[in-house]
Design a protein. Sequence first.
Length: 91
Amino acid sequence: VAHVRALKDVKQCLITWKECENEQGLRRMVCPVSREDLDAGSSRAVVIWASGAVVSPKSLKELKLKECPVTGKPFDPDKDVIPLAPEGEDL
């Protein structure tokens, strides 16, 4: 957590949830574009820093958007897309 130095380094995220079918009362984090499960180990979630939306990197790459698919706010795909759970070297 050493990279967090001020409140500007923290972002409130917009997360899309889906009810679990077999687990009553539990919810899973999903991509609002593809509805892909972001809690599964096979997919890593990213946050669009300009809007706070949590989406699948695969969805962003396929759509080649420069506006957030959730809020419509413009963002720079090279600077504003931040992995939520980066590996050690990406941190």
